[in-house]
Design a protein around this ligand. Sequence first.
Ligand code: DX5
Ligand code: ZN
Length: 226
Amino acid sequence: MKAMTTQIQIAPSILSADFCNLERDLKAIANADLVHVDVMDHHFVPNLTLGEPIVKRICEVTDLPVDVHLMIEDPDRWAPEFAKCGAYSVTFHMGAVHAPVRLARQLHDMGVKACFAVRPAEPVEPIFDILDEFDMILIMTVEPGFGGQKFLDNQMAKVRRLRDEITRRGLGTKIQVDGGVSPKTAHIVAEAGADVLVAGSAVYGAEDPAQAIDDIRDKAAAAFRA
Ligand code: DX5
Ligand code: ZN
């Protein structure tokens, strides 16, 4: 089945932005499709970033939909709190969530999109039976916790299997990839079937973040396979 005009979306991660100039750095990515906010709790991952008050202000300040990536323990408890901050989508991890279907339905009831994430060593197949509960599946292309790591191309087989399953069932589920995405790797993830690309250091480390976004989007759009 041929996918109809699949739109590649670029979600810059503010993990690589200047936290003392967040408003300025949010304006610098106005041509993005989403803004990706990494919430880390120093337990599920070794790093610690930010919590609800900052997510709430980001949602108030930006015109972009806010994509909250929770790398925290007990998302069953906390994901709805982040949804209340004004998030567009909330992502929780397979390795942390207890009741993913219940949580996805709770987020939907709040008008927020639900996304399920898998780390590099986690398989995607266990999600297949509950795939239609989610708006997006996140395939991590680095071990979560830090920006600026090297892209793991060994995750592309997983992206392909997920894309095949989505296509076979005619679902609209999006496939997000996160970690090491840049103008150099965008074609690899898009060719495997990813359509939402998170990029932190490749956007905020660039001289012109807006140009980097367009560059990643163009390279991905040219390579995307449905
Ligand atoms: C890593 C985070 C990513 C990170 C990506 O755990 O989830 O969103 O910011 O950064 P880059 O694009 O630099 O790999
Ligand atoms: Zn992330």
